[in-house]
Design a protein around this ligand. Structure first.
Ligand SMILES: [Zn+2]
Length: 92
């Protein structure tokens, strides 16, 4: 088990790993293997704003799907850069 990963969002090759999946299911496993702990924390803060902005109501099952899609987009899991990504130069 390694402590660092190559993060798809910030692009760092030795970013701190989450250690364990932050969400249940396949998405949680994917995030743990591809997104660093710092970027996940950024999303934790952004998530609150996204929920407010989109007025997501979790009584509505589609709200969960929308939030998952926003999570993937923010973290750049589908290849598209996240909304506020700043490319940092790879130190190597
Ligand atoms: Zn990162």
């Amino acid at each position: 088990m390694s402590d660092s990963i190559h993060c798809v969002r910030c692009g760092r090759a030795d970013a701190p790993a989450l250690g364990k999946p932050p969400l249940r299911g396949a998405l949680g496993a994917e995030i743990a293997s591809r997104v660093c702990a710092d970027c996940w924390q950024e999303w934790q803060r952004a998530e609150v704003m996204v929920i407010n902005e989109l007025r997501l109501n979790f009584m509505d099952p589609s709200a969960h799907e929308i939030l998952l899609a926003e999570t993937r987009r923010f973290l750049g899991l589908d290849g598209a850069p996240g909304a506020e990504v700043e490319k940092r130069p790879d130190p190597r």
